[in-house]
Design a protein around this ligand. Structure first.
Ligand SMILES: Nc1nc2c(ncn2[C@@H]2O[C@H](COP(=O)(O)OP(=O)(O)O)[C@@H](O)[C@H]2O)c(=O)[nH]1
Ligand SMILES: [Mg+2]
Length: 262
């Protein structure tokens, strides 16, 4: 039985990079995905315009441009897409960041081997044997590896990335929306790692490449590093912390509309 898979591309102010990401979607890649959603999180640049013209020029590619009802942050965009995948009967949902730091082709060998079928999710790993980093500072790499160790200690499993921009989930793991109260910002994926321990999800890391050239990271590194550390240790002493409200501004729902013209 063949399984239904969709890809979503969270996009926020990446008019320069998004076309390069869409150009990654060649025939081989598209043979795995029934549908590709570009999830515009209320960008203030021309992201929507360039995506719409790309869709017009490439009518055979099953790309849809969606616009979030509000700016939900990166975590909120993931929630919106997870709900969409569950509601539309997909078996798998894959995320690829819209700022062209990752490459979807890194997952092709994994998909070919059917590794995703054996786990609840496959998480792209930037800090693992076989990973390739370009333009990433030694300091950031070091910081990430230290945090991977802290989370490994807390969740008693090996961790090779707390949140890369290329992940694939089985929708069966997402259907009860256990993640709804997780942060709407970039810390969403960190709490997902803690949740994998709490809910005994079977996560598999898979090495990917990652580059930084013309992207602007929105991670406020020091501020976030401290908050994340606090989260990990709070969870360590009380696993029920996972049920907390992590959002600063909770939304009742995460919705979007399809944009066909501006
Ligand atoms: N920062 C940010 N990124 C968002 C948002 N919504 C979607 N994204 C996308 O999420 C991805 C990751 O954000 P980024 O700032 O590059 O973080 P980093 O790559 O982990 O340092 C990018 O592809 C953004 O386009 C949002 O509200 N804020
Ligand atoms: Mg980025």
């Amino acid at each position: 039985m063949s399984s239904k898979m969709m890809l979503f591309i969270p996009a926020y102010n990446c008019e320069k990079q998004i076309i390069r990401v869409l150009n990654q979607l060649d025939d081989e890649v598209l043979s795995y995905f029934e549908e590709v959603l570009v999830v515009n999180n209320r960008s203030t640049d021309d992201t929507e315009k360039v995506v719409l013209s790309y869709i017009k020029e490439n009518p055979k590619k099953p790309i849809k441009l969606m616009r979030n009802t509000e700016n939900y942050g990166l975590g909120g965009s993931q929630k919106m897409s997870f709900h969409y995948a569950v509601d539309h009967g997909y078996d798998y949902v894959c995320m690829l960041h819209g700022d062209d730091q990752g490459d979807i082709h890194d997952f092709i060998p994994m998909l070919k081997k059917g590794i995703h079928e054996k786990h609840d999710c496959v998480l792209g790993a930037r800090f693992m044997r076989g990973s390739r980093l370009e333009g990433y500072s030694k300091f950031r790499t070091f910081g990430n590896i230290v945090y991977d160790f802290i989370f490994a200690f807390v969740t008693r499993q090996r961790i090779f990335d707390l949140g890369s921009g290329l992940n694939l989930y089985k929708t069966s793991m997402l259907s009860d929306a256990f993640f709804e109260k997780f942060p709407d910002n970039l810390m969403f994926n960190y709490v997902m790692i803690l949740a994998s321990h709490y809910y005994k999800q079977d996560i598999r890391f898979y090495p990917v490449s990652w580059r930084e050239d013309d992207q602007v990271s929105n991670v406020k590194m020091m501020n976030q590093a401290f908050t994340v550390l606090k989260m990990a240790f709070t969870y360590f002493f009380n696993n029920e912390y996972i049920h907390n409200e992590f959002r600063e501004n909770p939304h009742d729902s995460y919705t979007c509309e399809e944009i066909k013209d501006i």
